[in-house]
Design a binder for this molecule. Structure first.
Ligand SMILES: [Fe+2]
Length: 316
């Protein structure tokens, strides 16, 4: 087991560039209606790239789609208070839903922002603007997102905020065999992210690293995954260092979207200085899953909203 490395995944590019023609077709469609946006995306390079990435992944753990439309006439100033939700009829909402459909099924979580499907991410007064630790999304949850999508609607004026993405493929080769083995055993617990107001109990013991001949996978949050014994604690400290060292820095321009394989890459963020003057950076986020158990569908409070974590744990 100690020598098991991840098998290289099918080579899929990590960046796609839309032509001006693609961009204007998508802009026209998204401005017209949700149905037009869905049709335009489904027949575009965006669909084929996103679908292929969602199904096969790549060694980088992410795919950037450059050049999506972003100059929407009715985009407001960047909000400054928590809780803002962009209208579902805003063209960017139509576009994001359509791209999410290419990745899988768009989902929200009942105990995260009341099941919001498209989350608006911007600095809020009293919120955090420092660097964000590497994590896979919803590490505490049995039904974790498969794909995380982040679309840049507005870039921060200083241009210093960046995503950091570290793939398990890049990190695993730098791990010593003993540390890799420790990380592969159920010697870790993860708590619910308090920033999302969950506050419920920690998970049962789980491994941070899954190694299989079909690939390697991660379940890790630098902020709230802890080792249950001394060796596990030391292993996670080393792992955090290796993740940070092997991470790539991604600067998103307006109209760029990054899709992250939530099982194959951890993501974080660099620090930035918010101004709270309506010009701060604004990302729009979605989560998708490839499939959903029938029982979870039945228990959904609304379509696409995964039931509370304690309900899912009880059922799974
Ligand atoms: Fe995140």
């Amino acid at each position: 087991m100690g020598n098991v490395k991840s098998r290289p995944r099918k080579i899929i590019q990590s960046e796609v560039f839309l032509s001006e023609g693609d961009r204007s077709d998508l802009e026209y469609a998204a401005t017209s209606s949700s149905a037009a946006a869905a049709t335009a995306v489904a027949s575009s390079i965006v669909h084929f790239s996103a679908k292929s990435f969602a199904e096969h992944g790549n060694s980088a753990g992410y795919l950037i789609i450059h050049g999506l439309p972003h100059e929407w006439r009715d985009t407001p100033s960047t909000p400054t208070e928590a809780g803002y939700r962009m209208s579902d009829q805003h063209p960017s909402s139509r576009l994001l839903r359509a791209v999410a459909r290419s990745c899988g099924t768009l989902v929200g979580y009942e105990d995260e922002l009341e099941g919001t499907l498209l989350r608006d991410v911007y600095p809020t007064r009293g919120g955090e603007s420092g660097p964000v630790d590497f994590r896979t999304e919803n590490v505490h949850h049995p039904l974790r997102p498969d794909i995380l999508g982040l679309y840049c609607l507005r870039r921060d004026r200083d241009g210093v905020g960046a995503m950091r993405v570290a793939s398990v493929h890049d990190a695993i080769g730098k791990l010593g065999d003993q540390v890799a083995q420790t990380l592969s055993e159920p010697r870790f617990l993860s708590g619910s992210p308090s920033s999302d107001g969950l506050g419920r109990g920690a998970t049962t013991a789980h491994p941070v690293l899954f190694r299989h001949s079909a690939g390697a996978y991660l379940r890790f949050n630098g902020r709230n995954t802890i080792g249950l014994d001394r060796a596990a604690t030391e292993a996670i400290v080393e792992f955090r260092g290796i993740i940070a060292e092997s991470a790539r820095t991604i600067v998103l321009a307006p109209g760029d979207m990054v899709l992250i394989d939530n099982h194959a890459a951890a993501h974080g963020r660099t620090a930035f200085t918010p101004r709270y003057d309506g010009s701060d950076g604004w990302l729009r986020r979605f989560h998708t899953v490839h499939s959903m158990p029938q029982w979870a569908r039945r228990l959904m409070p609304r379509p696409g909203v995964i039931p509370r974590c304690d309900v899912v744990i009880g059922m799974s």
